[in-house]
Design a protein around this ligand. Structure first.
Ligand SMILES: C[S@@+](CC[C@H](N)C(=O)[O-])C[C@H]1O[C@@H](n2cnc3c(N)ncnc32)[C@H](O)[C@@H]1O
Length: 254
């Protein structure tokens, strides 16, 4: 393992103490590759403390609800809800992943489902979910309507310098233009999965991808009354040659 990866993992271990979170329980997580991103995402939550409630939008795939559990066990947040339309096998099999987390299976882009979340939350996590929404603005509006103080966004973004304009939003389905399709460096190894991102016929939202510049995200959030209070960018699990970066953005309601 590269030295920097080891450093991120040991920082993450320290950050998770004291808690009963056992990394071995999270069988879907590739700790070595994702350690840096997980550390940064957890640290973003820590920056917003103290809060009394959190909603983790889309907390399941390949993380088995880790961020919800960190909120509950490590940060002692009293009310923790996780919303996802998908349920992982590991989550079903292992009760220690589930205990104490109020899991709601459903689609957070649907108004009917969102009306079942009665009370708003102090903090919301939107970690790697916005690029997959069919109607991004509609879904974001619903998510913000359930959030009182802090809204955290982390996901791959197109750096400003890769795009001709500020405030860019690009639907990448069916587009190979300008080499914007992310992860194309990996196609050779994982053709079936990643090639779907260039197939316009696919409307499965897990292969539906919006490319955004940070300025787009900041502008849209500002229009809804949210100001940016923290931003960082890193490469994480993206290939070295990738034009993309991963962002960590904290917004506060003003
Ligand atoms: C790429 S994963 C991100 C997992 C995790 N939040 C992370 O940071 O690694 C996206 C997750 O969001 C869920 N998801 C995306 N859009 C959704 C929606 N509209 N309603 C419910 N779940 C959704 C998917 O099922 C999946 O579990």
């Amino acid at each position: 393992m590269a030295k920097s990866k080891t450093v991120y993992l040991s920082k993450l271990d320290r950050l998770l103490q004291p808690s009963t979170i056992d990394k071995a329980d999270y069988k879907s997580i590739d700790w070595e590759n994702d350690g840096e991103t997980i550390l940064r995402k957890v640290s973003m939550i820590e920056r917003c403390l103290p809060v009394e409630s959190v909603v983790d939008f889309g907390g399941m795939w390949e993380v088995d609800g880790l961020y919800s559990r960190v909120c509950m066990e490590r940060f002692k947040i009293a009310r923790v809800t996780m919303v996802d339309e998908y349920v992982s096998e590991n989550w079903v099999r292992n009760p220690s992943l589930r205990s104490g987390v109020d899991f709601r299976k459903g689609d957070f882009s649907e108004e009917g489902f969102m009306s079942t979340l009665e009370e708003p939350y102090d903090l919301a996590l939107a970690y790697d979910v916005l690029p997959h929404q069919i109607d991004l603005i509609h879904t974001l509006t619903l998510m913000l309507s359930k959030t009182r103080k802090f809204f955290l966004i982390s996901q791959p973004i197109l750096p400003e310098k890769t795009m001709p304009f500020r405030n860019c939003l690009v639907l990448l389905s069916g587009s190979k233009a300008y080499g914007l399709i992310p992860f194309k460096e990996k196609w050779a190894e994982e053709t079936d999965y990643w090639a779907n991102f260039s197939n316009a016929a696919i409307r499965d939202t897990s292969h539906w991808l919006w490319g955004m510049t940070p300025s787009f995200i900041e502008s849209i959030m500002k229009s809804y009354g949210w100001e940016i209070v923290y931003r960082e960018f890193w490469r994480g699990w993206l290939p070295k040659s990738s034009k993309w970066r991963i962002c960590g953005l904290i917004f506060k309601k003003f």
